[in-house]
Design a protein around this ligand. Structure first.
Ligand SMILES: Nc1ccc(C(=O)O[C@H]2C[C@H]3CC[C@@H]2C3)cc1
Length: 227
């Protein structure tokens, strides 16, 4: 790993750690009662703060703010669901058994989300947990997800590739260093991004079913997911 690559890793990891879900949202998960309405409101608040955190993290990715402005929006809208699930998967896998994750699982199960989405969601959380990613890998993998050139409406895909490639190089080297006994680890990480893309479909269905039952979203969630 070169000096420049070490600097890039530090930059991305600091940004990833700097922007975390506010504690007040996390605390509410433990306090509020368990009605379906209350759970939905808590998830809405959590998703809204996850999107805010995503926007701030994305702005810290070197070169992102130099991209065409419309492409910046296209990348954010195209990756919001995946970045959110990547981050919440890490919250689940990192938390101690008696942490918020048990409560969060219960609230997600009783918030009006259909079983057909709950299953793939928790399968994904489990498959991420099994990887035992180090924080550097989590942060760089999230940046790679955001810098996916072939999102809908991206005009200058080459410009996005030029930002994503150095991230992929760094992640490959990190994986070799952190998991020397697992030569396929890097490939497994990228495989998770494929699994992640399948969640976009389920997530869109989830939003539609909530909207059909007249559930209220925040302006930020309406904007990022065109609902
Ligand atoms: N009004 C909304 C509430 C929640 C979401 C959402 O994506 O929630 C995410 C947070 C975790 C629980 C379901 C997913 C993962 C979207 C709109």
């Amino acid at each position: 790993i070169t000096k420049e690559q070490r600097a890039l890793i530090k930059l991305i990891v600091d940004a990833y750690n700097r922007h975390q879900i506010p504690q007040d949202v996390a605390k509410k998960l433990l306090q509020e009662q368990y009605s379906v309405e209350e759970n939905f409101l808590l998830l809405t608040e959590m998703a809204t703060s996850q999107v805010q955190v995503l926007v701030e993290f994305t702005k810290s990715i070197p070169g992102f703010l130099s991209l065409d402005h419309e492409d910046q929006i296209a990348l954010l809208k195209g990756s919001a669901v995946e970045a959110m699930f990547l981050r919440s998967a890490q919250v689940f896998s990192r938390k101690t058994p008696n942490g918020h994750s048990e409560v969060l699982v219960e609230r997600i199960r009783k918030s009006g989300i259909s079983e057909e989405f709950i299953t793939p969601m928790f399968n994904f959380y489990k498959s991420i947990g099994e990887l035992h990613m180090v924080p550097e890998e989590q942060a760089i993998l999230t940046a790679i997800t955001i810098l996916t050139p072939d999102r809908p409406y991206v005009k200058d895909q080459q410009a996005v590739e030029r930002l994503q490639e150095p991230m992929l190089d760094v992640l490959r080297k990190l994986c070799v260093l952190q998991h020397p006994q697992e030569p396929q680890y890097f490939a497994r990480l990228l495989g998770r991004l494929t699994e992640l893309r399948t969640l976009n479909h389920y997530h869109a269905e989830m939003l539609t079913s909530w909207r059909m039952n007249d559930h209220k979203f925040t302006p930020l969630l309406c904007e990022i997911w065109d609902v």
